[in-house]
Design a protein around this ligand. Structure first.
Ligand code: GLU
Length: 281
């Protein structure tokens, strides 16, 4: 078994991250497996070395250990480029020059039926730039590239430990409810969905343990695994840790940042108890 924790160094870790990382770490330890850490730092505009240093401090304080070297997504641009090349060569990508405003306008045009669906990445793309035939020539660099979902989608299934049985998603649901998602952002050369899929496979992750908020994204990752010939791990989407008002914790919510508990003299033991997690063994 190989599990991982993949934080983005864009803010302090909070109680929700603690729940996630302890769950993934303890599971691997309990089953004699391996626990990996990965820094999801593709968002160069928001990733900061200070946040990265704080992640290491917090995880050490929690008493966790992980394998070295730590993978960082900013070192992996060639791997993402190769994955994009493969999808491009298969005719599954198209460049998109729409602004958010273009998309909003296209979606607000009168239409029959229930109106625009919302997918894991926001409103389902209205198809404004989608060509009839796959674009010819080499893959444009530094362009926004979308997945042509009608060409790419197939029926998929994956195992989810917190729900009984396999999750099945039909080709039609992917087309209608996910749509032509962005796989390469301009100035980034990749996207969260592409990077996470390529890296989980490269690290040999067998069990992806993460918050319930990423459940809807998993269908995208499983489809990308099919398209790229990568194995599908087992998924485990755990409950979210909420604040007293029942809201999901956000990075800017410093009251529940691990460093705040650390500074207040809490111990990892009390934190585990607070989260309903068993003591460290
Ligand atoms: N880097 C992502 C985040 O911090 C999580 C990646 C994942 O578990 O898929 O939200």
């Amino acid at each position: 078994m190989i599990t991982r924790f993949a934080p983005s160094p864009t803010g302090p870790l909070h109680l929700g991250h603690a729940f996630s990382v302890i769950t993934a770490h303890d599971r691997a330890r309990a089953e004699g497996g391996r626990f990996l850490l990965r820094l999801d730092d593709i968002d160069r505009a928001r990733a900061r070395p200070e946040w990265e240093a704080l992640i290491f401090e917090d995880l050490h304080w929690l008493g966790l250990s992980w394998e070295r070297p730590v993978m960082r997504q900013s070192d992996r641009m060639n791997a993402y480029g190769a994955a994009l090349d493969r999808l491009w060569a298969a005719g599954l990508l198209f460049p998109c020059t729409c602004t958010r405003r273009d998309i909003a306008e296209a979606l607000s045009a009168p239409q029959e039926g229930a109106g625009p669906a919302h997918g894991p990445d926001g409103p389902v793309y209205p198809g404004t730039c989608r060509p009839d035939a796959p674009p010819a020539g080499p893959r444009p660099q530094d362009a926004v590239l979308r997945l042509n979902m009608a060409r790419a989608a197939e029926d998929i299934a994956f195992d989810e430990e917190t729900r009984a049985g396999a999750i099945r998603i039909s080709r039609n649901a992917l087309i209608g409810e996910v749509g032509d998602i962005v796989l390469a952002r301009s100035g980034m050369g990749t996207s969260y969905h592409l990077a996470v899929t390529v890296d989980d496979a490269a690290q040999g992750v067998t069990h992806v343990i993460r918050g319930e908020d990423l459940f809807e994204a998993t269908q995208i990752h499983v489809l990308l695994q099919r398209l790229l010939g990568l194995p599908t791990p087992i998924y485990h989407h755990h409950r979210l840790i909420r604040d007293d008002a029942g809201k999901r914790l956000a990075k800017r919510d410093d009251a529940r940042a691990l460093r705040t508990y650390r500074a207040a003299g809490e111990t990892p033991q009390t934190l585990r108890a607070m989260l309903g997690l068993p003591p460290a063994t």
